[in-house]
Design a protein around this ligand. Structure first.
Ligand code: UDP
Length: 327
Protein backbone atom coordinates (compact mmCIF):
# COMPACT_ATOMS: atom_id res chain seq x y z
CA UNK A 1 0.00 0.00 0.00
CA UNK A 2 1.23 3.49 -0.75
CA UNK A 3 1.83 5.70 2.26
CA UNK A 4 0.84 9.36 2.36
CA UNK A 5 1.78 11.88 5.03
CA UNK A 6 -1.26 13.77 6.30
CA UNK A 7 -0.34 16.85 8.31
CA UNK A 8 -3.17 17.85 10.60
CA UNK A 9 -4.58 14.33 10.37
CA UNK A 10 -5.93 14.63 13.93
CA UNK A 11 -7.95 17.71 12.99
CA UNK A 12 -11.42 18.02 11.51
CA UNK A 13 -10.70 17.86 7.79
CA UNK A 14 -7.47 15.86 8.07
CA UNK A 15 -9.16 13.04 10.00
CA UNK A 16 -11.93 12.82 7.41
CA UNK A 17 -9.24 12.71 4.72
CA UNK A 18 -7.56 9.80 6.49
CA UNK A 19 -10.82 7.89 6.48
CA UNK A 20 -11.33 8.19 2.72
CA UNK A 21 -7.63 7.66 1.95
CA UNK A 22 -7.74 4.36 3.79
CA UNK A 23 -10.91 3.39 1.93
CA UNK A 24 -9.12 4.23 -1.35
CA UNK A 25 -6.25 1.86 -0.49
CA UNK A 26 -3.64 4.27 0.90
CA UNK A 27 -1.96 4.20 4.32
CA UNK A 28 -2.49 7.65 5.82
CA UNK A 29 0.20 8.64 8.34
CA UNK A 30 -1.02 11.44 10.58
CA UNK A 31 1.57 14.09 11.43
CA UNK A 32 0.10 16.35 14.12
CA UNK A 33 1.24 18.27 17.22
CA UNK A 34 -2.23 17.91 18.84
CA UNK A 35 -2.40 21.65 19.55
CA UNK A 36 -5.88 21.67 18.05
CA UNK A 37 -6.25 18.06 16.93
CA UNK A 38 -7.64 15.02 18.76
CA UNK A 39 -5.71 11.81 19.27
CA UNK A 40 -9.02 9.92 19.26
CA UNK A 41 -9.59 11.08 15.69
CA UNK A 42 -6.50 9.21 14.47
CA UNK A 43 -8.16 5.91 13.58
CA UNK A 44 -7.19 5.06 10.05
CA UNK A 45 -3.41 4.76 10.06
CA UNK A 46 -0.25 5.41 12.10
CA UNK A 47 0.26 8.52 14.21
CA UNK A 48 3.49 10.53 14.28
CA UNK A 49 3.36 13.25 16.91
CA UNK A 50 5.47 16.12 15.66
CA UNK A 51 5.57 19.84 15.02
CA UNK A 52 6.01 21.42 11.60
CA UNK A 53 7.96 24.25 13.21
CA UNK A 54 10.62 21.68 14.09
CA UNK A 55 12.40 20.55 10.93
CA UNK A 56 13.90 17.55 12.74
CA UNK A 57 10.38 16.20 13.39
CA UNK A 58 9.52 16.60 9.73
CA UNK A 59 12.67 14.81 8.58
CA UNK A 60 12.12 11.98 11.07
CA UNK A 61 8.60 11.38 9.74
CA UNK A 62 9.82 11.18 6.14
CA UNK A 63 12.63 8.79 7.10
CA UNK A 64 10.30 6.54 9.06
CA UNK A 65 7.43 6.34 6.56
CA UNK A 66 8.80 7.20 3.08
CA UNK A 67 5.49 8.66 1.85
CA UNK A 68 4.77 9.01 -1.88
CA UNK A 69 2.93 12.26 -1.25
CA UNK A 70 2.07 14.86 1.35
CA UNK A 71 -1.41 16.17 2.07
CA UNK A 72 -0.89 19.37 4.01
CA UNK A 73 -3.90 20.27 6.16
CA UNK A 74 -2.19 21.48 9.34
CA UNK A 75 -2.56 25.24 9.82
CA UNK A 76 -4.01 27.98 11.94
CA UNK A 77 -7.32 28.81 10.30
CA UNK A 78 -9.29 31.40 12.25
CA UNK A 79 -10.01 34.62 10.40
CA UNK A 80 -10.81 36.61 13.55
CA UNK A 81 -7.69 35.47 15.39
CA UNK A 82 -5.55 36.21 12.33
CA UNK A 83 -6.73 39.82 12.38
CA UNK A 84 -5.67 40.21 16.01
CA UNK A 85 -2.38 38.32 15.77
CA UNK A 86 -1.03 38.34 12.21
CA UNK A 87 2.49 37.43 13.34
CA UNK A 88 1.26 34.08 14.61
CA UNK A 89 -0.29 33.29 11.23
CA UNK A 90 2.74 34.33 9.20
CA UNK A 91 5.08 32.42 11.50
CA UNK A 92 3.19 29.16 11.97
CA UNK A 93 1.50 28.75 8.59
CA UNK A 94 4.32 29.97 6.38
CA UNK A 95 7.27 28.56 8.34
CA UNK A 96 5.48 25.27 8.89
CA UNK A 97 4.81 24.89 5.17
CA UNK A 98 8.39 25.82 4.28
CA UNK A 99 9.80 23.18 6.64
CA UNK A 100 7.42 20.62 5.19
CA UNK A 101 8.24 21.43 1.57
CA UNK A 102 11.98 21.38 2.19
CA UNK A 103 11.69 18.20 4.26
CA UNK A 104 9.68 16.51 1.50
CA UNK A 105 12.20 17.48 -1.17
CA UNK A 106 15.15 16.37 0.99
CA UNK A 107 13.47 12.95 1.28
CA UNK A 108 12.77 12.77 -2.46
CA UNK A 109 8.99 13.17 -2.05
CA UNK A 110 7.74 15.42 -4.85
CA UNK A 111 3.93 15.22 -4.64
CA UNK A 112 2.18 17.83 -2.53
CA UNK A 113 -1.53 18.47 -2.01
CA UNK A 114 -2.19 21.76 -0.27
CA UNK A 115 -5.24 23.03 1.62
CA UNK A 116 -5.71 26.64 0.58
CA UNK A 117 -8.77 28.78 0.95
CA UNK A 118 -11.27 31.05 -0.75
CA UNK A 119 -10.05 33.64 1.76
CA UNK A 120 -7.15 34.17 -0.69
CA UNK A 121 -9.66 35.86 -3.04
CA UNK A 122 -10.78 38.52 -0.58
CA UNK A 123 -14.03 40.42 -1.03
CA UNK A 124 -15.19 40.76 -4.63
CA UNK A 125 -18.77 42.05 -4.47
CA UNK A 126 -20.56 38.75 -4.75
CA UNK A 127 -19.10 37.66 -8.09
CA UNK A 128 -18.60 33.95 -8.61
CA UNK A 129 -14.95 33.26 -7.77
CA UNK A 130 -13.13 30.87 -10.04
CA UNK A 131 -9.51 29.78 -10.10
CA UNK A 132 -8.56 32.69 -12.36
CA UNK A 133 -10.10 35.34 -10.08
CA UNK A 134 -7.62 37.85 -8.70
CA UNK A 135 -6.35 36.98 -5.22
CA UNK A 136 -6.67 39.93 -2.87
CA UNK A 137 -6.95 38.54 0.68
CA UNK A 138 -8.51 40.85 3.27
CA UNK A 139 -7.28 38.97 6.34
CA UNK A 140 -3.95 37.59 7.56
CA UNK A 141 -5.19 34.01 7.37
CA UNK A 142 -5.88 34.35 3.64
CA UNK A 143 -2.62 36.23 3.11
CA UNK A 144 -0.60 33.47 4.79
CA UNK A 145 -2.28 30.83 2.61
CA UNK A 146 -1.65 32.82 -0.56
CA UNK A 147 2.03 33.08 0.41
CA UNK A 148 2.21 29.28 0.65
CA UNK A 149 0.61 28.97 -2.78
CA UNK A 150 3.36 31.23 -4.13
CA UNK A 151 5.93 29.11 -2.34
CA UNK A 152 4.63 25.96 -4.04
CA UNK A 153 4.83 27.61 -7.45
CA UNK A 154 8.44 28.66 -6.76
CA UNK A 155 9.49 25.20 -5.55
CA UNK A 156 7.63 23.67 -8.48
CA UNK A 157 9.80 25.65 -10.86
CA UNK A 158 13.08 25.24 -8.98
CA UNK A 159 12.81 21.65 -7.68
CA UNK A 160 10.08 19.94 -9.67
CA UNK A 161 7.69 19.84 -6.68
CA UNK A 162 4.37 18.65 -8.15
CA UNK A 163 1.44 20.31 -6.43
CA UNK A 164 -2.32 20.42 -6.38
CA UNK A 165 -3.76 23.41 -4.56
CA UNK A 166 -7.34 23.18 -3.29
CA UNK A 167 -9.06 26.44 -2.38
CA UNK A 168 -11.74 25.48 0.10
CA UNK A 169 -14.98 27.33 0.52
CA UNK A 170 -16.90 26.69 3.79
CA UNK A 171 -16.42 23.12 4.91
CA UNK A 172 -19.24 21.67 7.02
CA UNK A 173 -20.88 18.44 8.14
CA UNK A 174 -19.07 15.31 9.23
CA UNK A 175 -18.70 11.60 8.70
CA UNK A 176 -22.28 10.25 8.32
CA UNK A 177 -21.13 7.08 10.11
CA UNK A 178 -20.20 9.15 13.17
CA UNK A 179 -16.67 7.71 13.58
CA UNK A 180 -15.20 11.22 13.53
CA UNK A 181 -16.68 14.69 13.67
CA UNK A 182 -16.08 18.41 13.94
CA UNK A 183 -14.82 19.70 17.25
CA UNK A 184 -12.76 22.85 17.78
CA UNK A 185 -11.66 24.58 20.97
CA UNK A 186 -12.66 27.32 20.83
CA UNK A 187 -15.43 26.67 18.33
CA UNK A 188 -15.88 29.57 15.94
CA UNK A 189 -17.75 28.06 12.97
CA UNK A 190 -21.34 28.81 12.18
CA UNK A 191 -22.91 25.35 11.94
CA UNK A 192 -21.43 23.76 15.11
CA UNK A 193 -22.11 26.93 17.11
CA UNK A 194 -25.67 27.04 15.82
CA UNK A 195 -26.29 23.38 16.72
CA UNK A 196 -24.76 23.86 20.17
CA UNK A 197 -27.28 26.66 20.70
CA UNK A 198 -30.10 24.38 19.49
CA UNK A 199 -28.92 21.62 21.85
CA UNK A 200 -28.78 24.05 24.77
CA UNK A 201 -25.00 23.76 25.14
CA UNK A 202 -24.71 27.51 24.47
CA UNK A 203 -27.26 30.19 25.22
CA UNK A 204 -27.58 31.51 21.66
CA UNK A 205 -25.98 31.96 18.26
CA UNK A 206 -24.74 35.47 17.58
CA UNK A 207 -25.37 36.54 13.97
CA UNK A 208 -22.33 38.56 12.94
CA UNK A 209 -23.84 41.51 11.07
CA UNK A 210 -27.31 41.99 9.62
CA UNK A 211 -26.54 45.04 7.47
CA UNK A 212 -24.50 43.50 4.67
CA UNK A 213 -25.60 44.24 1.08
CA UNK A 214 -27.09 40.76 0.57
CA UNK A 215 -30.66 39.45 0.15
CA UNK A 216 -31.30 39.34 3.90
CA UNK A 217 -28.42 41.41 5.30
CA UNK A 218 -26.25 38.46 6.40
CA UNK A 219 -23.08 37.10 4.77
CA UNK A 220 -23.23 34.59 1.93
CA UNK A 221 -21.04 31.49 1.98
CA UNK A 222 -20.70 28.38 -0.19
CA UNK A 223 -20.89 25.32 2.09
CA UNK A 224 -19.33 22.02 1.01
CA UNK A 225 -19.69 18.71 2.86
CA UNK A 226 -16.40 17.52 4.36
CA UNK A 227 -16.86 14.05 2.83
CA UNK A 228 -17.10 15.59 -0.65
CA UNK A 229 -14.14 17.83 0.07
CA UNK A 230 -11.85 15.01 1.17
CA UNK A 231 -12.95 12.83 -1.75
CA UNK A 232 -11.59 15.58 -4.00
CA UNK A 233 -8.25 15.14 -2.23
CA UNK A 234 -8.12 11.48 -3.15
CA UNK A 235 -8.74 12.52 -6.77
CA UNK A 236 -6.07 15.24 -6.47
CA UNK A 237 -3.59 12.72 -5.08
CA UNK A 238 -4.31 10.30 -7.92
CA UNK A 239 -3.92 13.20 -10.37
CA UNK A 240 -0.41 13.85 -9.05
CA UNK A 241 0.55 10.18 -8.96
CA UNK A 242 -0.53 9.91 -12.59
CA UNK A 243 1.85 12.77 -13.41
CA UNK A 244 -0.82 15.19 -14.56
CA UNK A 245 1.02 18.22 -13.23
CA UNK A 246 0.39 21.31 -11.14
CA UNK A 247 -3.16 22.57 -10.85
CA UNK A 248 -5.38 24.78 -8.67
CA UNK A 249 -8.96 23.71 -7.93
CA UNK A 250 -11.73 25.48 -6.06
CA UNK A 251 -13.81 23.23 -3.81
CA UNK A 252 -17.28 24.62 -3.39
CA UNK A 253 -20.69 23.90 -4.89
CA UNK A 254 -21.38 27.16 -6.72
CA UNK A 255 -24.38 27.94 -4.52
CA UNK A 256 -24.27 30.49 -1.71
CA UNK A 257 -26.43 30.60 1.40
CA UNK A 258 -26.86 33.45 3.86
CA UNK A 259 -26.44 32.95 7.60
CA UNK A 260 -30.22 33.27 7.97
CA UNK A 261 -30.80 30.60 5.33
CA UNK A 262 -28.52 28.23 7.23
CA UNK A 263 -30.52 28.94 10.40
CA UNK A 264 -33.76 28.28 8.49
CA UNK A 265 -32.43 24.96 7.18
CA UNK A 266 -31.48 23.96 10.70
CA UNK A 267 -35.08 24.40 11.84
CA UNK A 268 -36.20 21.97 9.14
CA UNK A 269 -33.58 19.37 10.14
CA UNK A 270 -33.84 19.56 13.94
CA UNK A 271 -37.45 20.69 14.36
CA UNK A 272 -36.20 23.18 16.92
CA UNK A 273 -35.73 26.94 17.02
CA UNK A 274 -32.25 28.44 16.94
CA UNK A 275 -31.93 31.04 19.71
CA UNK A 276 -30.17 34.00 18.08
CA UNK A 277 -28.69 37.35 19.05
CA UNK A 278 -28.16 40.00 16.37
CA UNK A 279 -24.52 41.03 16.78
CA UNK A 280 -21.98 43.31 15.12
CA UNK A 281 -19.96 42.43 12.04
CA UNK A 282 -16.86 40.29 12.61
CA UNK A 283 -13.56 41.82 11.47
CA UNK A 284 -12.15 40.24 8.32
CA UNK A 285 -15.45 38.77 7.03
CA UNK A 286 -16.07 39.00 3.29
CA UNK A 287 -19.67 39.81 2.24
CA UNK A 288 -20.01 36.86 -0.13
CA UNK A 289 -17.77 33.95 -1.10
CA UNK A 290 -19.20 31.62 -3.73
CA UNK A 291 -17.19 29.22 -5.85
CA UNK A 292 -17.10 28.80 -9.58
CA UNK A 293 -16.66 25.05 -9.18
CA UNK A 294 -16.66 23.75 -12.76
CA UNK A 295 -12.95 22.92 -12.97
CA UNK A 296 -12.86 20.28 -10.21
CA UNK A 297 -15.99 18.66 -11.62
CA UNK A 298 -14.78 18.64 -15.23
CA UNK A 299 -11.09 17.88 -14.78
CA UNK A 300 -10.95 15.76 -11.61
CA UNK A 301 -14.33 14.11 -12.12
CA UNK A 302 -15.37 15.38 -8.68
CA UNK A 303 -19.00 14.82 -7.66
CA UNK A 304 -20.10 16.78 -4.58
CA UNK A 305 -23.01 14.47 -3.79
CA UNK A 306 -23.36 15.17 -0.04
CA UNK A 307 -23.26 18.97 -0.10
CA UNK A 308 -26.87 19.89 0.60
CA UNK A 309 -27.56 22.06 3.65
CA UNK A 310 -29.90 19.32 4.84
CA UNK A 311 -27.18 16.64 4.86
CA UNK A 312 -24.42 18.91 6.19
CA UNK A 313 -26.58 20.10 9.09
CA UNK A 314 -28.08 16.62 9.61
CA UNK A 315 -24.69 14.92 9.91
CA UNK A 316 -23.37 17.69 12.16
CA UNK A 317 -26.51 17.40 14.30
CA UNK A 318 -25.87 13.68 14.80
CA UNK A 319 -22.35 14.46 16.02
CA UNK A 320 -23.50 17.40 18.18
CA UNK A 321 -25.84 15.12 20.10
CA UNK A 322 -23.11 12.58 20.88
CA UNK A 323 -20.29 12.75 23.45
CA UNK A 324 -17.66 14.14 21.03
CA UNK A 325 -13.95 13.69 21.61
CA UNK A 326 -12.66 13.76 25.14
CA UNK A 327 -8.87 13.80 24.66
N1 UDP B 1 -21.06 33.49 11.66
C1 UDP B 1 -22.01 34.04 12.51
N2 UDP B 1 -21.97 33.71 13.85
C2 UDP B 1 -21.05 32.86 14.36
C3 UDP B 1 -20.09 32.28 13.48
C4 UDP B 1 -20.13 32.62 12.15
O1 UDP B 1 -22.85 34.82 12.08
O2 UDP B 1 -21.05 32.63 15.58
C5 UDP B 1 -21.09 33.84 10.24
C6 UDP B 1 -19.80 34.48 9.76
O3 UDP B 1 -19.84 35.88 9.90
C7 UDP B 1 -19.76 34.05 8.30
C8 UDP B 1 -20.46 32.70 8.29
O4 UDP B 1 -21.21 32.64 9.51
O5 UDP B 1 -20.53 34.93 7.51
C9 UDP B 1 -19.51 31.53 8.26
O6 UDP B 1 -18.53 31.73 9.27
P1 UDP B 1 -17.51 30.60 9.70
O7 UDP B 1 -16.72 31.14 10.85
O8 UDP B 1 -18.25 29.33 9.91
O9 UDP B 1 -16.59 30.39 8.42
P2 UDP B 1 -15.68 31.43 7.58
O10 UDP B 1 -16.57 31.98 6.50
O11 UDP B 1 -15.14 32.46 8.50
O12 UDP B 1 -14.62 30.54 7.02
Amino acid sequence: MQTVLVTGGAGYIGAHACKVLKAAGFTPVTFDNLNTGWEEAVKFGPFFRGDLMNRADVDAAFVQYRPVAVLHFAALSLVGESMKDPGKYWRVNVMGALNLIEGALAAGCRNFVFSSTCATYGDQDGVLLDENSVQKPINSYGASKRAIEDMLVNFGESHGLNHVIFRYFNVAGCDPEGEIGEQHVPETHLIPLMLDAVAGKRPALTVFGSDYPTRDGTCVRDYVHVMDLVQAHVLGLQWLLEGKGNRVFNLGTGTGFTVREVIEASRAVTNREVPIIEGARRAGDAVALVSGSARAIEELGWEPVHSTLRQMIGDAWGWAQGPGYTK
